[in-house]
Design a protein around this ligand. Structure first.
Ligand code: MN
Length: 248
């Protein structure tokens, strides 16, 4: 079995080593990750310039592109055999609620799902991580279950670990995506040459405290596992829209 491991924080992300070790019993683990931090690049593809791939050691590659580039190249010729499984993460920083739309971590797993393999995106709800080894082993166990149980086509798992030491985690909750309260800001300043520049910022996200959501679980100390599906069709709105009786 070929396991593709990527991480939008870049090839230097220290957790990659731990994940590789934890996933090794499953088969061959190949790391293909961006050569620098590509967080919040969502599902971007590099189409307007060529990009290069550097091999660092056997089965370890960096790409001067996006997380999705990493997955695409792995399926379309970089590797001698296409991946059978895609693991993305474990990201430093949460990917919950609507933030999954911005996330390079989730996008890489989505790309794996689009290519037809089981896929897991995983994130720490903190940027200071006390322990990589136990979360990496948890992901390996989850992969085992995913492979035996299976998921419907175009479905994947999104995992978020609370920012607490492993012994303090209460367990696992299966959750739905929560809803973020946005406080993003746009900073406008003037550069030394007199031209305006802009920088998107924002405070730490706040969330609507709804039970059953990823945020609620993580905040209470549970590992959150959310099944995601790629069909975004709003089934509940179909009939309503039919009632509009749209005409050309
Ligand atoms: Mn990231």
């Amino acid at each position: 079995m070929n396991v593709l491991l990527t991480n939008d924080d870049g090839i230097q992300a220290p957790v990659l080593r731990h994940l590789k070790e934890a996933l090794a019993p499953l088969g061959r683990v190949i790391i293909v990750a961006p050569d620098r931090d590509q967080s919040a690049t969502s599902h971007a593809l590099t189409l307007h310039r060529p990009f290069r791939i550097q091999q660092h050691e056997p089965d370890v590659y960096s790409v001067d592109g996006t997380p999705t580039d990493c997955v695409i190249t792995s399926f379309y010729g970089l590797l001698d055999q296409a991946p059978d499984l895609v693991i993305s993460g474990i990201n430093l920083g949460p990917n919950m609620g609507e933030d999954v739309f911005y996330s390079g971590t989730v996008a890489a797993a989505i790309e794996g799902s689009l290519q037809g393999t089981p896929a897991i995106a995983a994130s720490f709800a903190t940027r200071t991580v006390p322990d990589f080894a136990e979360p990496a082993r948890f992901i390996a166990r989850l992969v085992g279950r995913l492979l035996t149980e299976g998921l419907p086509r175009r479905h994947l798992l999104n995992v978020n670990f609370p920012g607490r030491p492993w012994p303090e985690l209460r367990g696992v909750k299966v959750t739905r995506l929560g809803s973020r309260v946005y406080h993003d800001t746009l900073v406008k300043k003037v550069d030394p040459r007199g031209r305006d520049y802009y920088w998107i910022g924002g405070e730490d996200p706040e969330w609507e405290p709804i039970e059953g959501t990823d945020f609620h679980a993580v905040h209470a100390g549970w590992i959150s596992v959310t099944p995601l599906r790629l069909d975004l069709t709003a089934d509940t709105a179909l009939a309503e829209l039919e009632a509009w009786r749209l005409e050309k």
